[in-house]
Ligand binder design. Sequence first.
Ligand code: SF4
Ligand code: SF4
Ligand code: SF4
Length: 323
Amino acid sequence: MADITRRIQSEARRLLESGEVEAVIGFEKGSLPLRARPTFIRRPEDVETLVWNGFCENNLARYLLKVRDQRVGIVAKGCDTRAIVALMAERQVDRDRIFIIGVPCNGMVDSRQVAKAVPGEITEVEVKGQRIFARGKDFEMILPRRKYLHSSCQACEYPNPVIYDVLVAKPVESKGDLSILTDQFESLSHEERWTYFASESERCIRCYACREACPMCYCNECFVDHTMPRWSETGVTPSGLQFWHIVRAYHQTGRCVTCGACERACPMGIKLVYLMARLNEDVRELFEFETGLNPEAVPPLATFQSDKEREIATQIEAGAPKT
Ligand code: SF4
Ligand code: SF4
Ligand code: SF4
Protein backbone atom coordinates (compact mmCIF):
# COMPACT_ATOMS: atom_id res chain seq x y z
CA MET A 1 0.00 0.00 0.00
CA ALA A 2 2.79 2.40 0.96
CA ASP A 3 4.61 1.61 -2.30
CA ILE A 4 1.45 2.20 -4.31
CA THR A 5 0.84 5.49 -2.50
CA ARG A 6 4.42 6.59 -3.28
CA ARG A 7 4.09 5.70 -6.96
CA ILE A 8 0.76 7.53 -7.22
CA GLN A 9 2.32 10.60 -5.59
CA SER A 10 5.34 10.51 -7.87
CA GLU A 11 3.19 10.20 -11.03
CA ALA A 12 0.96 13.03 -9.81
CA ARG A 13 4.00 15.23 -9.11
CA ARG A 14 5.44 14.53 -12.56
CA LEU A 15 2.14 15.29 -14.29
CA LEU A 16 1.61 18.56 -12.42
CA GLU A 17 5.20 19.77 -12.66
CA SER A 18 5.34 19.13 -16.39
CA GLY A 19 1.98 20.85 -16.88
CA GLU A 20 0.64 17.73 -18.59
CA VAL A 21 -2.47 18.00 -16.44
CA GLU A 22 -4.18 20.79 -14.50
CA ALA A 23 -5.32 18.54 -11.66
CA VAL A 24 -5.04 14.99 -10.39
CA ILE A 25 -8.13 13.32 -8.99
CA GLY A 26 -7.28 10.84 -6.25
CA PHE A 27 -7.91 10.03 -2.61
CA GLU A 28 -6.80 11.66 0.62
CA LYS A 29 -7.13 10.47 4.22
CA GLY A 30 -10.66 10.91 5.56
CA SER A 31 -11.38 12.77 8.80
CA LEU A 32 -12.40 9.49 10.50
CA PRO A 33 -10.75 6.06 10.60
CA LEU A 34 -12.22 3.68 7.96
CA ARG A 35 -12.50 6.56 5.52
CA ALA A 36 -10.66 7.97 2.51
CA ARG A 37 -12.18 10.79 0.49
CA PRO A 38 -11.84 12.01 -3.09
CA THR A 39 -9.58 15.00 -3.64
CA PHE A 40 -8.41 17.24 -6.48
CA ILE A 41 -4.69 18.06 -6.32
CA ARG A 42 -3.66 21.07 -8.35
CA ARG A 43 -0.15 21.90 -7.01
CA PRO A 44 2.91 19.61 -7.01
CA GLU A 45 3.61 20.54 -3.38
CA ASP A 46 0.26 19.00 -2.35
CA VAL A 47 0.76 15.52 -3.84
CA GLU A 48 1.80 14.05 -0.49
CA THR A 49 -1.79 14.26 0.67
CA LEU A 50 -2.65 11.53 -1.86
CA VAL A 51 -3.17 8.08 -0.31
CA TRP A 52 -4.04 4.57 -1.41
CA ASN A 53 -5.62 2.17 1.08
CA GLY A 54 -8.47 -0.31 1.53
CA PHE A 55 -11.03 2.48 1.88
CA CYS A 56 -10.58 4.26 -1.47
CA GLU A 57 -14.05 3.12 -2.44
CA ASN A 58 -15.56 5.98 -4.46
CA ASN A 59 -15.69 5.58 -8.21
CA LEU A 60 -13.60 8.59 -9.22
CA ALA A 61 -14.77 8.47 -12.85
CA ARG A 62 -17.77 10.33 -11.49
CA TYR A 63 -15.63 13.47 -11.10
CA LEU A 64 -14.45 13.49 -14.71
CA LEU A 65 -17.90 14.75 -15.60
CA LYS A 66 -17.27 17.86 -13.47
CA VAL A 67 -14.08 18.85 -15.31
CA ARG A 68 -14.90 18.06 -18.91
CA ASP A 69 -12.90 21.01 -20.24
CA GLN A 70 -9.69 20.34 -18.24
CA ARG A 71 -6.77 18.01 -18.70
CA VAL A 72 -6.70 15.83 -15.61
CA GLY A 73 -4.94 12.84 -14.15
CA ILE A 74 -7.08 10.26 -12.39
CA VAL A 75 -6.23 7.46 -9.98
CA ALA A 76 -8.31 4.56 -11.25
CA LYS A 77 -8.93 0.98 -10.14
CA GLY A 78 -10.66 -1.64 -12.33
CA CYS A 79 -14.20 -0.39 -11.87
CA ASP A 80 -13.23 3.26 -12.31
CA THR A 81 -11.55 2.43 -15.62
CA ARG A 82 -14.59 0.48 -16.80
CA ALA A 83 -16.70 3.54 -16.04
CA ILE A 84 -14.21 5.70 -17.99
CA VAL A 85 -14.49 3.35 -20.97
CA ALA A 86 -18.29 3.35 -20.71
CA LEU A 87 -18.30 7.15 -20.56
CA MET A 88 -16.00 7.27 -23.59
CA ALA A 89 -18.42 5.00 -25.47
CA GLU A 90 -21.20 7.43 -24.58
CA ARG A 91 -19.04 10.39 -25.75
CA GLN A 92 -18.92 11.94 -22.27
CA VAL A 93 -15.19 11.66 -21.71
CA ASP A 94 -12.44 12.67 -24.08
CA ARG A 95 -9.54 10.18 -23.74
CA ASP A 96 -7.05 12.82 -24.91
CA ARG A 97 -7.79 14.96 -21.86
CA ILE A 98 -7.19 12.32 -19.22
CA PHE A 99 -4.11 10.55 -17.91
CA ILE A 100 -5.03 7.33 -16.14
CA ILE A 101 -2.89 6.27 -13.18
CA GLY A 102 -4.07 2.65 -13.04
CA VAL A 103 -4.12 0.79 -9.72
CA PRO A 104 -4.71 -2.99 -9.55
CA CYS A 105 -7.23 -3.43 -6.76
CA ASN A 106 -7.52 -5.98 -3.96
CA GLY A 107 -11.04 -4.86 -3.12
CA MET A 108 -12.39 -2.21 -0.81
CA VAL A 109 -13.27 -2.88 2.80
CA ASP A 110 -16.86 -2.46 3.96
CA SER A 111 -16.43 -0.10 6.90
CA ARG A 112 -19.96 -0.71 8.20
CA GLN A 113 -19.26 -4.43 8.51
CA VAL A 114 -15.92 -3.79 10.22
CA ALA A 115 -17.54 -1.35 12.67
CA LYS A 116 -20.14 -4.02 13.54
CA ALA A 117 -17.49 -6.70 14.11
CA VAL A 118 -15.57 -4.86 16.85
CA PRO A 119 -16.61 -4.23 20.48
CA GLY A 120 -16.22 -0.43 20.51
CA GLU A 121 -15.31 2.66 18.54
CA ILE A 122 -12.39 2.22 16.16
CA THR A 123 -9.72 4.89 16.62
CA GLU A 124 -7.15 3.45 14.25
CA VAL A 125 -7.36 1.03 11.36
CA GLU A 126 -4.93 -0.28 8.82
CA VAL A 127 -5.36 -2.71 5.94
CA LYS A 128 -2.19 -4.68 5.23
CA GLY A 129 -2.33 -7.36 2.57
CA GLN A 130 -5.15 -9.68 3.47
CA ARG A 131 -5.59 -8.47 7.05
CA ILE A 132 -7.40 -5.56 8.68
CA PHE A 133 -5.91 -4.26 11.93
CA ALA A 134 -8.55 -2.42 13.95
CA ARG A 135 -7.74 -0.73 17.26
CA GLY A 136 -9.93 1.05 19.79
CA LYS A 137 -9.61 2.21 23.40
CA ASP A 138 -9.84 -1.27 24.91
CA PHE A 139 -9.37 -3.63 22.02
CA GLU A 140 -7.20 -4.63 19.11
CA MET A 141 -8.55 -7.00 16.47
CA ILE A 142 -7.26 -8.57 13.29
CA LEU A 143 -9.93 -9.34 10.71
CA PRO A 144 -9.61 -11.27 7.41
CA ARG A 145 -9.90 -8.76 4.56
CA ARG A 146 -11.72 -11.03 2.10
CA LYS A 147 -14.62 -11.55 4.52
CA TYR A 148 -15.11 -7.80 4.99
CA LEU A 149 -14.96 -6.67 1.38
CA HIS A 150 -17.93 -4.91 -0.19
CA SER A 151 -20.12 -7.43 -2.00
CA SER A 152 -19.41 -5.75 -5.35
CA CYS A 153 -15.69 -6.29 -4.69
CA GLN A 154 -16.21 -9.95 -3.82
CA ALA A 155 -18.03 -10.26 -7.13
CA CYS A 156 -15.57 -8.12 -9.13
CA GLU A 157 -14.37 -9.76 -12.35
CA TYR A 158 -12.15 -6.85 -13.41
CA PRO A 159 -10.05 -5.69 -10.45
CA ASN A 160 -7.25 -4.58 -12.79
CA PRO A 161 -7.56 -1.40 -14.82
CA VAL A 162 -8.85 -2.23 -18.31
CA ILE A 163 -7.28 0.96 -19.70
CA TYR A 164 -4.41 3.06 -18.31
CA ASP A 165 -1.41 5.25 -19.12
CA VAL A 166 0.68 3.96 -16.27
CA LEU A 167 0.15 1.02 -13.92
CA VAL A 168 1.52 1.56 -10.41
CA ALA A 169 1.55 -2.07 -9.24
CA LYS A 170 1.54 -5.63 -10.58
CA PRO A 171 -1.87 -6.89 -11.78
CA VAL A 172 -3.80 -8.89 -9.21
CA GLU A 173 -5.54 -12.19 -9.76
CA SER A 174 -9.26 -11.94 -10.42
CA LYS A 175 -11.37 -14.20 -8.19
CA GLY A 176 -14.65 -12.43 -8.80
CA ASP A 177 -17.92 -14.03 -9.61
CA LEU A 178 -20.91 -11.87 -10.47
CA SER A 179 -23.32 -14.54 -9.29
CA ILE A 180 -22.42 -13.54 -5.69
CA LEU A 181 -24.67 -10.54 -6.29
CA THR A 182 -27.49 -12.26 -8.09
CA ASP A 183 -27.78 -15.89 -6.92
CA GLN A 184 -29.66 -15.22 -3.71
CA PHE A 185 -32.27 -13.13 -5.53
CA GLU A 186 -32.63 -15.65 -8.33
CA SER A 187 -33.20 -18.51 -5.96
CA LEU A 188 -36.45 -16.85 -4.83
CA SER A 189 -39.89 -17.42 -6.34
CA HIS A 190 -41.47 -14.54 -8.31
CA GLU A 191 -43.58 -13.55 -5.30
CA GLU A 192 -40.60 -13.69 -2.96
CA ARG A 193 -38.58 -11.57 -5.38
CA TRP A 194 -41.26 -8.91 -5.40
CA THR A 195 -41.50 -8.97 -1.60
CA TYR A 196 -37.73 -8.60 -1.33
CA PHE A 197 -37.60 -5.77 -3.87
CA ALA A 198 -40.55 -3.97 -2.24
CA SER A 199 -39.13 -4.23 1.28
CA GLU A 200 -35.70 -2.95 0.14
CA SER A 201 -37.04 -0.10 -1.98
CA GLU A 202 -39.56 1.02 0.62
CA ARG A 203 -36.80 1.86 3.09
CA CYS A 204 -35.52 4.49 0.64
CA ILE A 205 -35.65 8.12 1.81
CA ARG A 206 -35.08 9.52 -1.70
CA CYS A 207 -31.90 11.34 -0.83
CA TYR A 208 -30.47 10.43 -4.27
CA ALA A 209 -26.99 9.81 -2.84
CA CYS A 210 -26.88 6.68 -5.02
CA ARG A 211 -27.43 8.79 -8.11
CA GLU A 212 -24.79 11.32 -7.08
CA ALA A 213 -22.19 8.59 -6.48
CA CYS A 214 -22.79 6.82 -9.79
CA PRO A 215 -20.40 7.57 -12.64
CA MET A 216 -23.08 6.58 -15.14
CA CYS A 217 -25.72 9.05 -13.86
CA TYR A 218 -24.92 12.29 -15.64
CA CYS A 219 -28.15 13.63 -17.15
CA ASN A 220 -28.54 17.39 -16.66
CA GLU A 221 -32.04 16.69 -15.48
CA CYS A 222 -32.96 13.35 -13.95
CA PHE A 223 -36.39 11.87 -14.68
CA VAL A 224 -37.26 12.17 -10.98
CA ASP A 225 -36.69 15.95 -11.06
CA HIS A 226 -38.69 16.50 -14.22
CA THR A 227 -41.75 18.63 -13.54
CA MET A 228 -43.26 18.91 -17.05
CA PRO A 229 -44.26 16.19 -17.65
CA ARG A 230 -43.76 14.70 -14.21
CA TRP A 231 -42.58 11.14 -14.85
CA SER A 232 -42.44 10.13 -11.25
CA GLU A 233 -44.14 11.21 -8.04
CA THR A 234 -41.70 12.79 -5.61
CA GLY A 235 -43.05 11.47 -2.30
CA VAL A 236 -41.90 8.43 -0.40
CA THR A 237 -44.99 6.36 -1.13
CA PRO A 238 -44.35 2.66 -1.82
CA SER A 239 -45.35 2.92 -5.49
CA GLY A 240 -43.24 6.08 -6.00
CA LEU A 241 -40.22 4.41 -4.45
CA GLN A 242 -40.67 1.23 -6.45
CA PHE A 243 -40.99 3.26 -9.66
CA TRP A 244 -37.78 5.21 -8.87
CA HIS A 245 -35.83 2.01 -8.27
CA ILE A 246 -37.19 0.15 -11.29
CA VAL A 247 -36.60 3.03 -13.72
CA ARG A 248 -33.16 3.68 -12.27
CA ALA A 249 -32.25 0.02 -12.78
CA TYR A 250 -33.48 0.13 -16.39
CA HIS A 251 -31.49 3.30 -17.04
CA GLN A 252 -28.41 1.38 -15.93
CA THR A 253 -29.09 -1.80 -17.89
CA GLY A 254 -26.00 -2.60 -19.95
CA ARG A 255 -24.37 0.60 -18.62
CA CYS A 256 -23.69 -0.20 -14.96
CA VAL A 257 -20.11 -1.27 -14.21
CA THR A 258 -21.09 -3.02 -10.96
CA CYS A 259 -18.75 -0.85 -8.91
CA GLY A 260 -21.16 -0.72 -5.96
CA ALA A 261 -20.61 3.02 -5.37
CA CYS A 262 -24.39 3.55 -5.22
CA GLU A 263 -24.84 0.90 -2.53
CA ARG A 264 -21.97 2.29 -0.46
CA ALA A 265 -23.36 5.83 -0.66
CA CYS A 266 -26.83 4.80 0.51
CA PRO A 267 -27.41 5.97 4.11
CA MET A 268 -30.13 3.34 4.52
CA GLY A 269 -27.90 0.43 3.50
CA ILE A 270 -30.30 -0.49 0.72
CA LYS A 271 -29.15 -3.25 -1.60
CA LEU A 272 -29.13 -1.77 -5.08
CA VAL A 273 -26.64 -3.62 -7.22
CA TYR A 274 -28.28 -7.06 -7.47
CA LEU A 275 -30.93 -5.67 -9.82
CA MET A 276 -28.50 -3.97 -12.20
CA ALA A 277 -26.18 -6.98 -12.04
CA ARG A 278 -29.07 -9.26 -13.05
CA LEU A 279 -30.06 -7.00 -15.94
CA ASN A 280 -26.40 -6.75 -17.00
CA GLU A 281 -26.24 -10.53 -17.09
CA ASP A 282 -29.24 -10.57 -19.42
CA VAL A 283 -27.52 -8.04 -21.68
CA ARG A 284 -24.36 -10.17 -21.62
CA GLU A 285 -26.31 -13.29 -22.61
CA LEU A 286 -28.62 -11.67 -25.19
CA PHE A 287 -26.24 -9.23 -26.87
CA GLU A 288 -22.80 -10.60 -25.92
CA PHE A 289 -22.05 -7.16 -24.53
CA GLU A 290 -20.25 -6.22 -21.37
CA THR A 291 -20.05 -2.65 -20.15
CA GLY A 292 -16.79 -0.75 -19.96
CA LEU A 293 -14.51 -2.98 -21.98
CA ASN A 294 -14.56 -1.38 -25.42
CA PRO A 295 -14.85 2.40 -25.92
CA GLU A 296 -16.09 1.85 -29.49
CA ALA A 297 -18.95 -0.48 -28.53
CA VAL A 298 -22.24 1.35 -28.00
CA PRO A 299 -24.45 -0.21 -25.28
CA PRO A 300 -27.19 -2.32 -26.93
CA LEU A 301 -30.01 -0.30 -25.40
CA ALA A 302 -28.49 2.89 -26.84
CA THR A 303 -28.57 1.67 -30.41
CA PHE A 304 -32.01 3.17 -30.88
CA GLN A 305 -32.28 4.91 -34.24
CA SER A 306 -34.73 7.76 -34.62
CA ASP A 307 -34.91 7.18 -38.40
CA LYS A 308 -36.18 3.68 -37.76
CA GLU A 309 -38.77 5.01 -35.32
CA ARG A 310 -39.97 7.54 -37.90
CA GLU A 311 -40.19 4.79 -40.52
CA ILE A 312 -42.29 2.60 -38.21
CA ALA A 313 -44.53 5.57 -37.24
CA THR A 314 -45.11 6.37 -40.93
CA GLN A 315 -45.99 2.74 -41.64
CA ILE A 316 -48.43 2.69 -38.71
CA GLU A 317 -50.08 5.94 -39.84
CA ALA A 318 -50.40 4.50 -43.34
CA GLY A 319 -52.14 1.45 -41.88
CA ALA A 320 -49.33 -0.95 -42.59
CA PRO A 321 -49.11 -3.99 -40.33
CA LYS A 322 -46.80 -3.50 -37.35
CA THR A 323 -43.62 -5.49 -37.87
S1 SF4 B 1 -15.36 -3.37 -7.80
FE1 SF4 B 1 -13.39 -4.33 -8.34
S2 SF4 B 1 -12.05 -2.70 -8.99
FE2 SF4 B 1 -13.81 -1.76 -7.99
S3 SF4 B 1 -13.17 -1.43 -5.89
FE3 SF4 B 1 -14.14 -3.44 -5.93
S4 SF4 B 1 -12.53 -4.93 -6.38
FE4 SF4 B 1 -11.74 -2.88 -6.81
S1 SF4 C 1 -25.45 1.88 -10.71
FE1 SF4 C 1 -24.19 1.61 -8.86
S2 SF4 C 1 -22.93 -0.15 -9.35
FE2 SF4 C 1 -23.74 0.58 -11.30
S3 SF4 C 1 -22.22 2.01 -12.10
FE3 SF4 C 1 -23.66 3.22 -10.91
S4 SF4 C 1 -22.76 3.33 -8.87
FE4 SF4 C 1 -21.72 1.66 -9.95
S1 SF4 D 1 -29.09 6.48 -1.63
FE1 SF4 D 1 -30.47 4.97 -0.72
S2 SF4 D 1 -31.98 6.16 0.39
FE2 SF4 D 1 -30.94 7.57 -1.00
S3 SF4 D 1 -32.21 7.55 -2.89
FE3 SF4 D 1 -30.64 6.02 -3.18
S4 SF4 D 1 -31.59 4.12 -2.45
FE4 SF4 D 1 -32.80 5.80 -1.65
